[in-house]
Design a protein around this ligand. Sequence first.
Ligand code: UAG
Ligand code: ATP
Ligand code: API
Ligand code: MG
Length: 488
Amino acid sequence: MELREILHLTPYKLLQGSLDIEVDDIAFDSRKVTPNTMFVCIPGFKRDGHQFIPQSLEKGATVLVVEKEVSHIPENVTVIKVESSRKALPQLSSIFFGEPTKDVNLIGITGTNGKTSVSFLISKILRTAGRKVGVTGTVCKQVGDKVIPFDTTTPTTPEASDLQRLFKLMLDEGAQDIVMEVSSMALELGRVDACRFKVGVFTNFTQDHLDDHGTMENYKNAKLKLFNRCEANVINLDDPLSAEILEIATGSIITYGINHQEADLTASDIIISAEGVRFTMNYNGDEQCIFLRIPGKFSVYNALAAAGACLNLGITLKEIADGLAAVKGVRGRFESFHTPGGYSVIVDYAHSPDSLENVLTTVREFAKGRIITVFGCGGDRDPSKRPNMGKVAGQLSDCCVLTSDNPRSEDPIKILQDIEVGIKETNCPYKKFVDRKEAIYFAMQSAQPQDVIIIAGKGHENYQEIKGTKIRFDDAEVVKEFLSIGQK
Ligand SMILES: CC(=O)N[C@H]1[C@@H](OP(=O)(O)OP(=O)(O)OC[C@H]2O[C@@H](n3ccc(=O)[nH]c3=O)[C@H](O)[C@@H]2O)O[C@H](CO)[C@@H](O)[C@@H]1O[C@H](C)C(=O)N[C@@H](C)C(=O)N[C@H](CCC(=O)O)C(=O)O
Ligand SMILES: Nc1ncnc2c1ncn2[C@@H]1O[C@H](COP(=O)(O)OP(=O)(O)OP(=O)(O)O)[C@@H](O)[C@H]1O
Ligand SMILES: N[C@H](CCC[C@H](N)C(=O)O)C(=O)O
Ligand SMILES: [Mg+2]
């Protein structure tokens, strides 16, 4: 595409070179530059993209988008100055990739917990109704049955140019709808700025990501950014933040809730069992019996959130019920394993105090034996959640096994000590194993019939990140391995 065209919605100053040149790609990372790429220099948290101009030129960049003074740039390279290159990237990328979100129903989901789960439910409902759906989130990027390979460092919500490229690819594959997890960091950094959202979904808001945002106020303000830009919004009325969202939300609104019967979408006659949740979904005088094979009250919320999004696309309540009934489970979300020893193991991605509390409360509702919780807390992430998670786990378990969950650059023993502060406030007995495999083996060896072991925090993850290296590690694989070597 011609540079002049890519720039037509962005205020800029031409510092040197021509606007009448063809651009073949856009990159914000010099390592991804190929010939005729527009390299957008972003000042980052650790480094500054402007430093990597020489590397980008070596790889064939012919256009530089900068926000700072630059010098000694070869004459044949065009230099464009903008006020903020991070802010310019979404618009430039959207135009370059043909404004893909104009031609598709884009559904964005935000909230502390449940984004991956809700996006998976929405996708299942839409696919069961015969639609071609793109999904992008923590676990995968996919369109229809086709998994799109992405390197493992790609965030939950990719950087603007990667995101628009992904949308274009999904459209080329025939996607009619795209379901996207929208992380608070993506909202804060404007990664989704040039996206046209058909529906915005709010799940809930509790403590998380203080390491990224500093304060809960900043974290909240980042989340709010989704709701004044969607054609329709789906809002959890049971969450205290809903009042603020309703004040700023534009477009049509569907509210949902269990405690607020005045919500547009509600659930009644809820039955929660080890197999899943069963309830009646009510909307505008219509009702449908719902069965979803993921246990926990939070699954009722997730089902309502997904239903709200689908209703906005003209999907019927009956189609929603059929789609939810077709869900077999979400990878690493309350994934159950039965054992010859008569106890069960659940692998779950709960890694915040609220999600851990939800998952353990759910297990409490049906566990006949003891609850043994194996968990840790991530390194280089908000340390204030560690004692909170320790306390929640101690209060709701009969025994805990503290272990590592991506210690990253931190000392794993220190992380366990931080968790211990909280668990010591309870009477729960616990053990500590830095090695996660040993922790899981210990829990399984100690389990008795009817016990339930929850292995929390890593869900679908297939690595353990220690000192900058990702070592293969998969909770579910370790469980299967333990059982395959003839252990009980
Ligand atoms: C903390 C954070 O938000 N980091 C983002 C930030 O990186 P940074 O500022 O550290 O980058 P940097 O290393 O200082 O480099 C600055 C610039 O130089 C460029 N560079 C760097 C090296 C080089 O050789 N060449 C080069 O061009 C970089 O690509 C970057 O554009 O700017 C980069 C480019 O815009 C982002 O890709 C990167 O997201 C990283 C991948 C990340 O992990 N972010 C996390 C916090 C995140 O976004 N998480 C959310 C939440 C997940 C959840 O919901 O739980 C997510 O959506 O995943
Ligand atoms: N609606 C919900 N409310 C509270 N907890 C939930 C909810 N849905 C799922 N959970 C719990 O939170 C964990 C994470 O769920 P999920 O992966 O769907 O959240 P997420 O918002 O995508 O998380 P992340 O921010 O890490 O991407 C699940 O494993 C489950 O224990
Ligand atoms: N998106 C979250 C996931 C945390 C998962 C947990 N396993 C950890 O590593 O802390 C983060 O990167 O903070
Ligand atoms: Mg997620």
